[in-house]
Design a protein around this ligand. Structure first.
Ligand code: AMP
Ligand code: MG
Length: 494
């Protein structure tokens, strides 16, 4: 995403808020509420590169003023957008940017990147909230956005976290922070549902036209561009779900207001990465029913696309045309998931029994509560022959005889691939990460940051930007979680 233009200095930043060209009832112009004595907690060089922003300016006084919301970037017309949504399967009515402000977009780069502040103070959509975000959740969003980018998974990016000693009150008083997010669009499924459920079909059409023009211009020539939009979003969402499943990422709050219309991972809250494999794992402490558990994510992705389809149906026309667009979900998900699994297991040819081989490995991880990330990482290092290297993998499993039996089948399968160990291992190591954002790693970085030591956030960021590299000097960051980490609980908005 880097541009050929020379990097921009802060003085050259100029924003344009395209969303504010929509009619005024789509948003409210709001200024950020200033925060006292802002300081830099963390910044991402690679996110800065998405904006073609000069790395030298990260942390400069003007940078702190701009990205704390204390000073307006030239051209910026900050706004909070209105949207609605289904939360935990129930229609929640109007929501909207309660603590986010869209500053505008930067067109100096190849693509128009939108910049949003999160935690910058109340808006007309804040309801009972204070419009703020705590340092803890801001660091989690920052690190996970950049970790997902490192894993090659579509996501909003995070430029920086700016902290302040200004207190906010959650279960206990905590310090606040502002995260700067970057995405090609922050429009959500719920943005469409808003107009549909308010029976404002002309506004629905305006929004769809806006999104197609700005985010899907290739669809403009389609005979039924609204159907084409639904098809494209359905496919992107299905593929995103497959990508989440393949790294064990759990979003935690897949409400339709948190679903990106361009297929990004959006709105990081009580997310988690699978550790001891359990397909029923729920990462969001408040999701008692497990609606958003790991195994439910693909089906919920489909459910959310159905909600979007309902909202787009007046534009698309017939129910058949809407259903046809939606019908792409299962095949797109399966195709992507199987392709990712083939890569994860190091198989290039397709054999009928491969899916059963994969399922058997997942069943073994399940019954042994084997660590998801390390299981695939060690699998990537196996030789075609039994060697002492098997021990790393075997150590993750309690029932070693069952694993050995599976390995016999797996090795028999590998012999039909005609690849040398080294070729297969290299490919597998490039898709099975060594480093993921484990809760205990995030927690350790957060605790240091709460004591004004931001070094661990910076270190984690660096490691997670290259999750497939061995980085032997950071070996301990790939370790299994310690016992105390079992008790970390994360829940909704903080
Ligand atoms: P979330 O669960 O973070 O996706 O948020 C759901 C809704 O609550 C969105 O409309 C948010 O903008 C809003 N919200 C969450 N936290 C706050 C807060 N601290 N202040 C104001 N609005 C909030
Ligand atoms: Mg949200």
């Amino acid at each position: 995403m880097t541009s050929v233009n020379p990097p921009l200095s802060l003085q050259e930043l100029m924003l344009e808020n395209k969303f504010s060209n929509l009619p005024p009832h789509f948003f409210t112009h709001v200024s950020a509420s200033p925060i006292s004595a802002p300081y830099l907690v963390a910044a991402s060089l690679s996110a800065a590169a998405c904006l073609n922003l000069d790395a030298a300016c990260l942390g400069a006084p003007e940078f702190l003023s701009y990205f704390s919301g204390n000073q307006l970037i030239p051209g910026s017309k900050p706004l909070a957008a209105v949207y609605s949504g289904h939360q935990f399967g129930v229609w929640a009515g109007q929501l909207g940017d309660g603590r986010a402000l869209l500053l505008g977009g930067l067109s100096n780069v190849a693509t128009h990147q939108e910049i949003q502040l999160k935690g910058s103070g109340p808006t007309p959509y804040s309801r009972m909230g204070d419009g703020r975000a705590v340092l803890r959740s801001s660091i989690r969003e920052f690190l996970c956005s950049e970790a997902m980018a490192g894993l090659g998974i579509p996501t909003s990016r995070a430029l920086c976290v700016i902290g302040s000693d200004q207190m906010v009150f959650r279960e206990t008083p905590e310090t606040s922070a502002v995260v700067t997010r970057i995405a090609l669009s922050f429009v959500r499924f719920g943005s469409f549902e808003h107009w549909y459920y308010n029976d404002q079909i002309d506004d629905l059409r305006l929004l769809a036209d806006f999104v197609i023009e700005n985010s899907f211009p290739e669809l403009l020539d389609q005979a039924n561009k609204y159907q084409a939009l639904l098809t494209e979003v359905t496919i992107r969402t299905a593929e995103l779900m497959a990508q989440w499943q393949a790294v064990g990422f759990m979003h935690g709050v897949m409400n339709t207001d948190n679903m990106s219309i361009i297929g990004l991972t959006l709105d990081y809250g009580p997310f988690g990465f699978m550790e001891a494999y359990d397909e029923k794992h729920i990462c969001n402490h408040t999701d008692q029913q497990g609606r958003y558990s790991y195994r439910m994510q693909p089906a919920i992705g489909n459910w959310n696309c159905q909600a979007l389809a309902q909202a787009l149906s007046p534009l698309i026309g017939s129910a058949d045309e809407t259903n046809f667009a939606l019908s792409h979900y299962p095949a797109s998900y399966n195709k992507k998931w199987q392709a990712l699994m083939r890569q994860k297991f190091g198989l290039e040819m397709e054999e009928e029994t491969d899916l059963a081989l994969f399922a058997d490995f997942f069943a073994l991880m399940q019954s042994n509560q084997a660590d998801f990330t390390l299981s695939f990482r060690y699998l990537s290092k196996l030789s075609n022959q039994t060697t002492t290297k098997d021990e790393d993998l075997r150590d993750l499993f309690i029932d070693r005889l069952a694993l050995d039996q599976w390995l016999v089948n797996y090795r028999a399968r590998l012999t039909r691939e005609f690849k040398t160990d080294i070729e297969r291992q290299t490919k597998m190591l490039a898709v099975n990460p060594k480093y993921i954002l484990r809760n205990y790693l995030a927690q350790a970085a957060i605790e240091k940051a709460q004591n004004k030591d931001f070094s661990e956030v910076a270190k984690l960021l660096k490691i997670l930007e290259k999750p497939f590299d061995e980085q032997t000097e950071h070996e301990s960051y790939a370790d299994l979680p310690p016992d105390w980490a079992r008790h970390i609980e994360v829940s909704c908005s903080s």
